[in-house]
Design a protein around this ligand. Sequence first.
Ligand SMILES: [Ca+2]
Ligand SMILES: [Ca+2]
Length: 283
Amino acid sequence: MRREWRIAGAGAAAIGFGVVATAAAKDVPAQAHGGAMETCEGARPVLSVGDFDGSGVVDGADVEELAKRIMRRDDAAFFDVEGDGDVDSGDLLKVARSVGAKSTPLDQEIAAVFRVTERYRDIHNAIEDGFIPVTTSFQGHGVHWGRNEQIDTVFSLTRPEGLNYSEDGKLLAVFWAIKPDPRSPELPPAGFTGEEMWHSHQKACFFGYNEKNPSYDFRMLNFQECVPEAECPEGSYLEKFYMVHLWLFEHDPCGAFAGTNPRIRQGVPIETALARCPAEHAH
Ligand SMILES: [Ca+2]
Ligand SMILES: [Ca+2]
């Protein structure tokens, strides 16, 4: 288990991330409008009420937890019940006023995901659990990290397939990637309760992905859709998969399950992943 820790802790990768982050943030113009980087307005909190522990109701424990987070200057979008991009006294007031309010099944599912993924805010824990970078850094996404194993047709709420990190290793989101069920390949997985937010990727090639000898440098990786299987290195090709993000850590003004996050400006334009697709292909 310590093998991968050693790679991550070796210094080169971690220092490299920081350098790239600075350069990319300066040099790459932000795409503020249209396409994958649309601008969104209005408050869209992750949770409908501040039942952070998923007990079913907003209670004193939730107020106390939020107060602690504010003291620690924790900025996880999960705690931003106002959905305005900050975790502050406004959120605390809102939660304190809503004590007694019941959370939805979706709120409780999201809280369960937060409980199991918060430890990945330390990227070394992700590496220890077998996550490796699988794409380069994309605007609106960051770097996708996946578990070093084959994805399957099963949605597991508390065992997500992947994590989105910024170029300098800040956890942004959690994602699930699921192969189509052969019995109903045109339908996305059932997933969360009462949400339709899956998108699909076709003929996807993860260039540079090497399950046995992974690279921890996202700059060595690329991801493209609409690639003929014969042109994709063995073990790096997926005919089709469904995917959904959950922006638990980096506030997404387009919603907790939005396909992209306009606040993530660093990285290459996501459109480059679709360069080989027919023009009508929508991300
Ligand atoms: Ca609670
Ligand atoms: Ca807030």
